[in-house]
Design a protein around this ligand. Structure first.
Ligand code: FAD
Length: 325
């Protein structure tokens, strides 16, 4: 069936619906840079491909400005997502979005891909590009106050904290980037870092140190987020003195990295201790005909350009497999 699909970005496209009666040559899971690049490579090779994506753009859609994707001195995340989408939608690819894959099983070489709505699709090869999601602190108060002052996405939720005192947990690239972004709208920020120094790139740390309304507190282990209906403070243990201290804030941004979205393939392909999918140089997993690429894999350095490159590799490996079988 042919139809017009709005990719949620105001972009009209002429893709086809994913068809249960079809055995696709390749089935891509994800909608971030890894998946979108794999899609372009497969479609240019004339491979019958379907793509199922939770959220088009993946983490790129949560990123304000990007300065390290080649071809652009600076580009907003949303704009890059639109460009990726439009590059993919020029092809007659079978597409479903806002839906998640729940599990994959393999029978006689055919991969059965089951979605959360119960529908099962079939394919000869699968490319897993499901990326990663925010890591949680797992301290008292976090669950109760999620969405009531505890947030994970500075770009999405920052504007709600205009003029308020807040804390950012995490002094790596995510935390420092979030703090710099938030500093333009909030009154003050305490950045709490577990290690004895901020671990973000030097250029980011230098910017943070120059920003008057941000204070970095290192060797700080967060033990509780305080509050009833909303956040009233954050309690941390000073790892040097052992003393517990409270900072009064009305918002807490947890920016301590990401965990791979690999739970739906646990027990199917090999995962490492971080739950990343183990792949070889050709993006092959431990199951023949199943490939993985981008942030979900054990390939180091989680970046857009790397995810895109790995997506291309996974697609080319899948093509090689299809040629041989
Ligand atoms: C705040 C922030 C700022 C960043 N800034 C930069 C930067 O400036 N430069 C840079 O190079 N990198 C940056 N990154 C990192 C970069 O965004 C990631 O490395 C990149 O997006 C990874 O791409 P991916 O395709 O592997 O995964 P993701 O972007 O995580 O995409 C995963 C996709 O899979 C989908 N999905 C997940 N589970 C399922 C499922 N079960 N079924 C179907 N679909 C599923 C998701 O909805 C999503 O579409 C930043 C990341 C963040 C969070």
């Amino acid at each position: 069936m042919e139809f017009n699909l709005d990719l949620g970005l105001g972009v009209e496209t002429n893709t086809t619906d994913v068809n249960v009666n079809e055995i696709y040559e390749s089935f891509i899971i994800g909608g971030g840079p890894a998946a979108m690049t794999a899609a372009v490579y497969l479609m240019r090779k004339g491979i019958k491909t379907a793509i199922v994506a939770g959220k088009i753009g993946g983490q790129v859609g949560d990123t304000k400005g990007i300065e390290n994707y080649m071809g652009y001195n600076y580009i907003e995340g949303d704009e890059l997502v639109t460009k990726f989408s439009s590059q993919v939608r020029q092809f007659e690819i079978a597409f479903r979005e806002n839906t998640f894959v729940e599990n994959i099983r393999v029978e006689d070489g055919i991969k059965f891909i089951k979605l959360s709505d119960g529908i099962e699709y079939r394919a000869k090869t699968v490319i897993i590009a499901a990326g990663s999601k925010w890591r949680q602190l797992n301290v008292p108060g976090e669950d109760k106050l999620r969405g009531r002052g505890v947030c994970y996405c500075a770009i999405c939720d920052g504007p709600f904290f205009k003029g308020l005192d807040i804390a950012v947990v995490g002094g790596g690239n995510s935390g420092v980037e979030a703090a710099l972004d938030l500093s333009k709208m909030v009154k003050s920020i305490k950045v709490l870092e577990f290690a004895d120094k901020l671990n973000a790139d030097k250029v980011l740390v230098d910017k943070l140190l120059e920003t008057p309304n941000i204070e970095a507190i290192t060797s700080a282990q967060v033990v509780e987020i305080l509050g009833d209906q909303g956040v009233s403070g954050i309690k941390y243990k000073d790892r040097v003195s052992g003393e517990e201290k409270i900072v009064e804030v009305e918002g807490v941004f947890v920016e301590i990295g990401l965990v791979p979205n690999s739970q739906f393939v646990e027990g199917l392909v090999e995962l490492n201790k971080f739950k990343e999918i183990v792949v070889n140089k050709g993006c092959e997993t431990t199951v023949e005909g199943i490939y993985a690429c981008g942030d979900i894999t054990d390939v180091p350095f989680k970046q857009i350009i790397i995810a895109s490159g790995e997506g291309a590799k996974a697609a080319l490996s899948a093509c090689e497999y299809l040629n041989k079988h």
